[in-house]
Design a protein around this ligand. Structure first.
Ligand SMILES: [Cu+2]
Length: 158
């Protein structure tokens, strides 16, 4: 009887595991920098907080042929960006992906990203045991140089 019960509990734990994993990482304030006509690449930014240690190992999006995790780093006194194999997310600690720092690079854009669009991005994470999970994010597009024009135009809108 107790064997059957522990078997049932075990099966329930296995079945519910994917649903628990869906909330393993919270994604806050995702956004993508808007692009102009000939531009083929842009960055996606967000704040990631993992409940338990995870590693961001990749991403994909239908709007871009190639998606990579990038970092900004000084190389011979020049700020450059380069792909990284992964970005560690310590448990309970918010990790910021922002302009000038880590970001998700969308390359080979299939079309310009207009300011009101939503960009679907699938994030891939790896757990310490090597297993993977993915999470879907819808990131709104912010226009290039949004802050300054929005403020200067504000007075004329009403
Ligand atoms: Cu980049």
């Amino acid at each position: 009887m107790s064997f059957v019960r522990s078997l049932v509990v075990g099966v329930i734990a296995v079945l519910s595991a994917p649903f628990l994993h869906a909330a393993e990482v919270s994604v806050d304030e995702p956004w993508v920098r808007g692009t102009v006509a000939a531009q083929k690449a842009t960055g996606a930014f967000m704040r990631l907080t993992a409940a338990s240690p995870l590693r961001l190992v990749g991403a994909s999006s239908p709007v871009a042929a190639t998606v990579e995790v990038h970092e900004m780093a000084m190389e011979h006194n020049v700020m450059k960006m380069r792909p990284v194999a992964g970005l560690d997310l310590p448990a309970g600690q918010a990790v910021e992906l922002k302009p000038g720092g880590y970001h998700i690079m969308l390359m080979g854009l299939v079309a310009p990203l207009a300011a009101d669009a939503q960009v679907p991005i699938t994030l891939s994470f790896e757990r310490p045991d090597g297993s993977r999970l993915t999470q879907q994010v819808d990131a709104p597009v912010r226009p290039l140089g949004a802050a300054a024009p929005a403020m200067s135009h504000g007075k004329h809108m009403h």
